[in-house]
Each structure stands twice: as C-alpha cells, then as structure tokens.
Design a protein. Structure first.
Lengths: 114, 115
C-alpha cells in the first residue's frame, strides 16, 4: 500500500544546514509536500514540488526530488532556533471520484541547538 | 484573507456532553477536511467535503458527526466521546474539490480533552 517514510529525529547546530529525507511509494503522486508543525500549532505549508520537477528553491528552503528512487529531501540553509519543529512529508493519493488524499510520513522532529 | 480559522482553541468536555467544533475559510476553497492528530503523530483523515457534499468518511465512529452548512463553514458535532478521543482536531481546506490533486491549507486546530 501507500507509505511515506521519514527518520524520526534530527539535531543540528544553529547556522548549519539541515537535511530532512523522505521516501514515498506512489509513483503517480502529482504533488509532494513539506509541512511544518510547531508545538501546539496547526500544520503550516512550507513548500511543495510538482512531480515533473527535480528541484525547487524558496529562500532558505531547497527541495530535491529523485523520482527514480522515490526520494524527497528538504534542505534548510542557515538553520535557526525558530526552525525547531516537526516536519511532515506528504504525497497525494488519488481516489477515483473522490479526489486527492494526503498520505503523511511519521514526521521528523528537528532540534536546533544554539 | 488566506487563512483557515478554528474555534474554540481549547475544549474540555465530559463523556455525556454534546459540543461542536467550528472551522471557517474565506478563500473560496471548494473542499474542506477534518483530521485528528495525536501528539507527535501525523494527522489522520476523518472526513472530506467537496462542494458541500460529504465525499470521504474514513470509517469514523458515529459519535463524530460532520456538517457543512455552506462552502465557507465546516462543523464537527461531538457526542458521547471517549477519553481516547482526546486529541488535536485540525481543519483544512483546498481550492479545487475532488477535481484532482489539491494543496491543503490547515487551521490552528482545536485541542480537545475528554474527561
């Protein structure tokens, strides 16, 4: 079945780059997403990439997509303490006549140490 | 206006109470969603409304009853809940409904505690 996998924890020093990795199984996914969730808050859409792209850059964020290996990564440059949060990778599963359903990974908890 | 709002922010209820969660968006989105999220876990889809009609029910117990009065509003009516229903309830909306893959925007959530 459809599955999205992420490592559970990542710890970095302030100012370093963070790389959060994700693997997915549904090769028909049209969009792949990264959401950020701070403690006690909802999910914030960080960025997304269309499946026919290899890379997308948005300020400090770089998303890389390797379709052959079904591997997605999120790089955060110059990581700050405010980037500490849980990051969820998600793919879209299309259900006939019902639309798209998000399949989430387990989330990677990023801890940024001063 | 580019946000999804949810009220209340926190709710504590007993197992015999009846309460409702409310979600609102004014982005003209045609699909709205309810998710349940336990601490440090990914959100679990409960219901999807597309063009104000229920399109997906993920086998949610009948003590949760969704309602979509109009295209901007989504309610979740709660009755006879169990302590294990305590969680963060998230609402989301997306522009296109069931037409295809669609980006979902989430609200801040309602933290529900069932005593």
């Amino acid at each position: 079945g459809e599955d999205v996998e992420q490592s559970l924890f990542l710890s970095v020093r302030e100012g370093d780059s963070s790389v959060i990795n994700c693997t997915y199984t549904d090769s028909s996914s049209t969009y792949l997403y990264w959401y950020k969730q701070e403690p006690g808050a909802g999910l914030q859409l960080l960025t997304y990439i269309f499946s026919n792209m290899d890379m997308k850059q948005d300020q400090r964020l770089t998303v890389l997509l390797n379709k052959k290996d079904k591997h997605l990564s999120l790089r955060i440059a110059d990581t700050q303490t405010g980037d500490s949060a849980i990051y969820f990778c998600a793919e879209t599963l299309m259900i006939y006549n019902q639309g798209g359903k998000l399949i989430f990974g387990q989330g990677t908890e990023l801890s940024v140490k001063p | 206006d580019t946000e999804v709002t949810q009220t209340p922010k926190h709710l504590v209820m007993g197992m015999t109470n009846k309460k409702s969660l409310k979600c609102e968006q004014h982005m003209g989105h045609r699909a709205m969603y309810w998710y349940k999220q336990k601490a440090k876990k990914p959100p679990e889809l409960m219901f999807v409304y597309s063009y104000e009609k229920l399109s997906i029910n993920e086998s949610v117990p009948s003590r949760f009853s969704p309602e979509c009065p109009n295209s901007s509003l989504l309610n979740l009516h709660l009755h006879a809940l169990q302590p294990e229903d305590s969680a963060l309830y998230l609402c989301a909306s997306s522009p296109r409904g069931t037409g295809g893959a669609d980006t979902q925007y989430f609200g801040p959530g309602t933290r529900l505690t069932v005593l």
